[in-house]
Structure formats: C-alpha cells, structure tokens
Design a protein around this ligand. Structure first.
Ligand SMILES: [Zn+2]
Length: 148
C-alpha cells in the first residue's frame, strides 16, 4: 500500500531545492529557522557536519531557511561529523545542536521509504525536544574568535 503524504508548501520548496525531503535537510531547515527567529540583522553560520551525506544534508536546509549561503560567503563548513551549527549576529551567538537521542533515532530508522514521513514528524516536533540551544551575547572580538 502506498501512503500519500501531505507536504506543506514550504517543505515542497525545500524538497525542490534539495532534491529530496529527508530528516537531515529538515533538521537544517529547523536550525536556520530558529536562528532567523532569534537573531536580528545579518547573520553568519558555521556548520559542523562535514560534507558527507546524509549528515551534510543539514547544510542545504540551513542555506534554504537562514539565507546564509556558500555563494555569499556567510556560511562555512567544519569537518566534524557533528549535527551542530552556530549562528552569529552583531550581538549574539546561538549554538544549536541536534540532541543525541534524536540523531540516533534518525540514523537507526531512516530509509528512502520513510524519509518524508520522518521529515514531516520532525517538522512538527517542538524545538526543545529536537535541539540543545544556547544563546549568548557577544562582543565583536569574541565573534571573530568563534568564527575561526
Ligand atoms: Zn539530503
């Protein structure tokens, strides 16, 4: 039996942008959305996923929702294999880390047949159950150091 999944318009656009809709691009999308909501003005992102799929799908989700893009040079990637991203504005630094148990849940159960259903589930989960989020005020000097 084929289960038809109703996908909201914003996620249809994310799917077109990224090529498929899976849990990690959705996680990146949520991270970028949180950063946009909490930070004002121009922001820069550092993403710690490395560039290996599927974890690196997070990068595309962040580019889609945060408007930090490789082309503009306001996102950089660290080769750490961590599901974590940092965002800085002129005044604040926010660190967003996918909770370990959520990452394990994704990695142990995701496959092509269920990835859209999983993504939709993660779309509606409260951010507090998905992420550990810390936010601090920063000085310009501290921001420069944090981004290196
Ligand atoms: Zn992907």
């Amino acid at each position: 039996m084929i289960t038809m999944v109703e996908i909201p318009e914003e996620l249809e656009q994310l799917k077109r942008f990224h090529g498929h809709l899976g849990p990690f691009v959705l996680i990146g999308y949520r991270m970028g959305t949180i950063a946009r909501k909490k930070l004002e003005g121009k922001i820069e992102a550092v993403v710690f996923t490395g560039t290996k799929v599927p974890l690196s799908c997070i990068i595309d989700g962040i580019q889609f929702s945060s408007s930090c893009t490789l082309g503009k040079g306001n996102i950089s990637i660290q080769e750490k294999e961590d599901a974590e991203a940092h965002f800085v504005s002129d005044t604040n630094l926010i660190e967003i880390k996918l909770r370990d148990e959520v990452r394990r849940r994704i990695e142990s159960t995701c496959n092509r047949d269920v990835e859209e259903v999983m993504a939709l589930g993660l779309f509606s989960e409260p951010e507090a159950t998905l992420f550990n989020i810390t936010s601090v005020e920063t000085t310009p000097f501290e921001r420069t150091v944090k981004l290196r």
